[in-house]
Design a protein around this ligand. Structure first.
Ligand SMILES: C[S@@+](CC[C@H](N)C(=O)[O-])C[C@H]1O[C@@H](n2cnc3c(N)ncnc32)[C@H](O)[C@@H]1O
Length: 233
């Protein structure tokens, strides 16, 4: 059983397992920009409300690889600890700068970077550095962080902008967490489809993306009110 929330025209969020939801969707995605479970059985210890909680399907990269397989144009966060996505054409580094990070405290360097694998031929634009800097991460829950792996909106937006399709292209995030890719997509005037398996994070994503939708300049008319449906998947 999955739940569908229509935030506005072309902006649809699903609560459920993306392996079950995606085969039912009528709209193909132009690009996938996602931050899947890294496959490292990560357990958060930030002293936040999610302390000790494990991300679902994080024991290996099999779910990531199964879900991403049908899509040609993909940007996916990852780690050096597990293999890249299949058919990766390149890899970017997100330099997290002075962001707060725990990791192995006996290792005398902070893990202040993450990888972003790129696949497909859609990516265009000015030839920028492959090390992405200056995208500030919200580190503390008390300052607005609502997911242990929350990414900066500006970072996701900078990736989406490298796929300059005309019209309102569809951005898909099958592992949307707190909805950061969705916030970036609607802020850029794109359509967005997101799926999240955890109800707590799904509710956060609905709130953040609805807020971003209201603020997006492209909506000259007021978007229709959010609609909730239950799907018999
Ligand atoms: C690394 S987090 C994404 C965080 C996101 N980038 C953000 O800024 O909040 C990965 C998310 O995938 C979700 N997830 C894991 N398996 C899933 C599945 N089969 N279907 C949908 N969501 C899944 C987890 O609950 C988790 O919230």
């Amino acid at each position: 059983m999955a739940r569908k929330e229509t935030i506005a025209e072309g902006i649809t969020l699903y609560l459920g397992d993306c392996r079950e939801v995606l085969p039912w969707l009528p709209t193909a995605a132009d690009i996938v920009v996602t931050d899947p479970p890294y496959g490292i059985s990560h357990s958060s210890n930030h002293g936040a409300s999610w302390q000790g909680q494990e991300i679902q399907n994080d024991t290996d990269t099999s779910v990531r690889d199964e879900v991403l397989a049908p899509y040609d144009n993909v940007a996916a966060f990852g780690t050096w600890k597990t293999p890249p996505i299949d058919r990766a054409k390149g890899c970017l580094v997100w330099d997290k700068g002075p962001a707060f990070g725990m990791g192995d405290l006996r290792f005398p360097w902070k893990l202040s970077w993450e990888l972003i694998y790129i696949r497909g031929t859609i990516w265009r634009g000015s030839r920028d550095e492959g090390v992405l800097k200056g995208h500030m991460q919200v580190s503390w829950e008390s300052r607005g962080r609502s997911h242990p792996h929350q990414k900066p909106v500006s970072l996701c937006a900078s990736i989406i902008q490298k796929a300059p399709l005309t019209g309102r292209m569809v951005v898909l995030d099958p592992f949307m967490g707190s909805g950061t890719t969705g916030v970036a997509a609607v802020s850029l005037g794109k359509r967005f489809t997101g799926v999240e398996i955890d109800q707590k994070f799904f509710d956060v994503a609905c709130r953040r993306i609805e807020e971003a939708t209201k603020q997006a300049d492209l909506f000259i008319t007021k978007p229709p009110p959010a609609k909730q449906e239950t799907l018999g998947l």
